[in-house]
Write a protein that binds this ligand. Sequence first.
Ligand code: SAM
Ligand code: SF4
Ligand code: SF4
Length: 340
Amino acid sequence: MSVLDRLGRPLGSLRLSVTDRCNMRCRYCMPEDDYVWLPRASLLTFEEMARLTGGFTGLGVRKVRLTGGEPLLRHDLPTLVELLRRDRRIEDLAITTNGLLLARQAAELRAAGLDRVTVSLDTLRAERALEFARTARHGDILAGIETARDAGLPVKLNTVVIRGFNDDELVPLLEHARAVGAELRYIEYMDVGGATRWSMEDVVPQREILERLAARFGPIEPVFEPESRAPAERFRLSDGTTFGVIASTTRPFCRDCDRSRLTADGTWYLCLYAEAGVDLRAPLRAGADDAALAELVRATWSERADRGAEQRAAAPERGVLHQIGALRADPRREMHTRGG
Ligand code: SAM
Ligand code: SF4
Ligand code: SF4
């Protein structure tokens, strides 16, 4: 059974946040000194996550991405991967990680059935990682990428591009990705949740990213993918190297969006920008059966009309989405809680 929302979009992809904790402090995501965390007792167990996920795959979800916070901080993550892998409807089981703990866990995750991994890599310079993400272990990220590849996991790299921070690394990052056999995706800086220092002036638009790459690599052609609902538009250099750009800020793609997000405490968000989510933990823990949970998801999705990024793009004066007080009042507004 599949279900369409009010704009005709199917329920296709689920981002499952397994923890709101993180071992980095990227400036565009977690710039503050302290945070309000989800209460431990509210965190879903792996069995609860697998059960809820089963409700989604029964309604058409075929892609599941584990995220966070930093998903590799969740103890014994391969066990969750194994549990999810038992669901034959999942065609693509991926993870988005900052890579710090990847070298240690890649082989085990692969053996448990993970299909692929996306590593966030914003800079090739250790001193920048220290300054902008407060991690002194930049080398572990680079090692994690290569270990994952060697373990047989296809790797993508995500780079959030911020003017004056890492926009001088557009070319070296693509060359690095090519050298390690990973596909790079440049992400426009978004005004989501924790980005309390966001400003449009710091966004490097897709158009400019492509111009700067063309100046170095020559002509760039788009890769034609008519069936794709993926957020990245893909491009090819003349030597065959492919890369993507996720232009959520300047060219939002809500009309094709089949994604939703489940927080580690079981709150389901139908849009990255949604103000409210649906509590799936309460009915789950109150003993709702699979059919009742699936019906809740189906009925909710069929009413969905969210197009958060398009509405933000249309706003006349675009500034920070949430001030710090609003984030503290509801930590699920944070990108690290909602799951990027
Ligand atoms: N900790 C993991 C990581 O960094 O890959 C997974 C969670 S993180 C919230 C998921 C993705 O969201 C990362 O690729 C990160 O770069 C992206 N992200 C976070 N804040 C963002 C922002 N303000 N603009 C664009 N992307 C952002
Ligand atoms: Fe950075 Fe990911 Fe942690 Fe956010 S959740 S601070 S993007 S590593
Ligand atoms: Fe989907 Fe909302 Fe993102 Fe638009 S803003 S692409 S509707 S999650």
